[in-house]
Structures are given as C-alpha cells and as structure tokens.
Design a protein around this ligand. Structure first.
Ligand SMILES: CC(C)(COP(=O)(O)OP(=O)(O)OC[C@H]1O[C@@H](n2cnc3c(N)ncnc32)[C@H](O)[C@@H]1OP(=O)(O)O)[C@@H](O)C(=O)NCCC(=O)NCCS
Length: 150
C-alpha cells in the first residue's frame, strides 16, 4: 500500500504510555523484545535513542531505536515494531522512510545499518526491497544489512 506517512516523535511524559502500548504479536516476540525492554535499557545505558512513530493525527503506531557508532560512523537502527493491530498497511515502509529521513537529517552524516534474524522474512523482505543489502556479517545471530546511498 502506498502513501502512508509516519513521523518520528521523541518520547515525552505525554506520549510514553502510548509508546509502551506498541506491541508486536506474541509470535513476533521471537524476533524483537517488548518495547518496554528497549525503553528501560535506554534509560540506563546512554547508547540507544528510543523514538515513537506517529501518524499524521498523532496516533503512535510504532517504535524504533537508533544509535550512532562513532567507531565506524554508522547509525544503527533497532527494535523496529509496528503495533500488531496496524501491520500490513504499508506502515513498515513508512517507518523506514521516517527513520531514514530522521537520521539523514542529523548534523553528523553516516551510513545506516540494522540487523535482522534470517528467518524474519517479513522484515528482511521489507528491508531488501527498501534498499538494504546484507553485508555478509552476522552479529549476535542476526544478519547485518546496510542501506545503500541513493
Ligand atoms: C516488520 C514490520 C515492522 C513490518 O511492518 P508492516 O506494517 O507489516 O509493514 P508493511 O505493511 O509496510 O509491509 C512490509 C512488506 O511486507 C509484506 N508483507 C506483509 N505481510 C507479510 C507476511 N505475512 N509475510 C511476508 N511479507 C509480508 C508487504 O507486502 C510489504 O511489502 P513491500 O515492502 O513490498 O511493500 C512489522 O511486521 C513488525 O513490527 N514485525 C514484528 C517486529 C519485527 O520483526 N521487527 C523487525 C525487527 S528487525
């Protein structure tokens, strides 16, 4: 489905409960942690930045986190989840549009990478069709993919 637009939103006192309500299906929890896991980790390890993904009318329908690795100048994306009640409508692709624009708008330029389980066909297919390419590396059991520059 084309034409879906999402916006990256920072977590605030007002939206944090909506962000924490974003959930994959129980079957998908073998591919990602619960959103609360990422949010809690970010509070104690100042590495990953958690963000919400909101529709034009402000509804939070997704979650992701990003981190900048200054050892190789790469932005890493992780924990990408579209709430299971909203999946299959093109929001996964819209989430990538929003996240890539968000990272490319940061003052320090860098490549964009993520990791995905080899058997997560839905996510892997989405990333491949979007332009991510497997580097051949495997990190903690997941395939490393990098977004080619257009
Ligand atoms: C992966 C995820 C973010 C994609 O979100 P989504 O709302 O399903 O995404 P879309 O509707 O944009 O669909 C993405 C693609 O998957 C395809 N697709 C839809 N349902 C599918 C299914 N059951 N199996 C395989 N592909 C499927 C769509 O045709 C679409 O193809 P396109 O890239 O050519 O447009 C979402 O499924 C999710 O949150 N999964 C659980 C968490 C997860 O695994 N995250 C990734 C961690 S690396």
């Amino acid at each position: 489905m084309a034409g879906q637009i999402l916006t990256v939103v920072e977590l605030t006192a007002d939206n944090v409960e909506d962000v924490l309500a974003v959930a994959p299906s129980s079957e998908q929890l073998r591919h990602v942690n619960p959103v609360a896991w990422y949010v809690a980790r970010s509070a104690y390890q100042q590495v990953w930045h958690p963000v919400g993904l909101a529709t034009a009318d402000g509804e939070v329908v997704g979650f992701a986190e990003w981190a900048y690795d200054d050892s190789d100048g790469t932005y890493n994306l992780g924990g990408i989840v579209i709430d299971h009640r909203h999946q299959g409508r093109g929001l996964g692709r819209a989430a990538l549009d929003a996240l890539v624009a968000h990272l490319r708008g940061r003052p320090v330029p860098g490549d964009i990478a993520l990791t995905v389980h080899a058997d997560n066909e839905r996510a892997r297919g989405l990333y491949e069709r979007y332009g991510f390419t497997a580097t051949g590396e495997v990190m903690e059991g997941e395939l490393v993919m990098v977004l080619g520059r257009s």
